[in-house]
Design a protein around this ligand. Structure first.
Ligand code: 9YT
Length: 131
């Protein structure tokens, strides 16, 4: 069994910090669960264009208000606590934080630890565990 507290990883190499968001990765590939499990804090007033072409992601909002614009359909969905979205078709999207938001995110295949968005808004498929 794995027990891990968010406070113990916020200042560690399991946390990736960017101007728009910070992601603390509670479970990574090396934890051998078949997925990675993150707490993502999205900052108020930010807009992030994302395309997880190599991953599936499910996101569950537990705090804050924002929206996701699906660039495949042109539809925009409000994100509030209790709303989940799943990018089951690798949809390109824009995530906007109206307030600070706290989201729980699951990635398949699992992240290995250091991934941050490339110029397409994607994470590469990394093979080597480096954290
Ligand atoms: C919601 C979202 O995709 N934000 C970017 C960070 C990502 N969730 C992560 O790596 O935890």
């Amino acid at each position: 069994m794995i027990i891990r507290k968010i406070d113990s990883i916020r200042e560690s190499d399991r946390t990736v910090d960017t101007p728009n968001w910070s992601s603390s990765r509670l479970l990574l590939k090396k934890d051998n669960m078949g997925f990675s499990f993150h707490e993502t804090l999205v900052r108020a007033g930010t807009e992030t264009k994302i395309w997880y072409k190599n991953h599936l992601e499910a996101v569950y909002c537990i705090e804050g208000i924002g929206e996701i614009e699906d660039l495949e359909t042109g539809l925009t969905h409000q994100i509030v606590p209790g709303v989940m979205y799943a990018l089951d078709k690798h949809e390109r999207h824009i995530l906007r934080g109206k307030t600070n938001m706290r989201m729980i995110c699951v990635f398949n295949p699992p992240c290995i630890g250091t991934e941050t968005h490339d110029k397409e808004g994607a994470y590469p498929l990394l093979e080597v565990e480096n954290s």
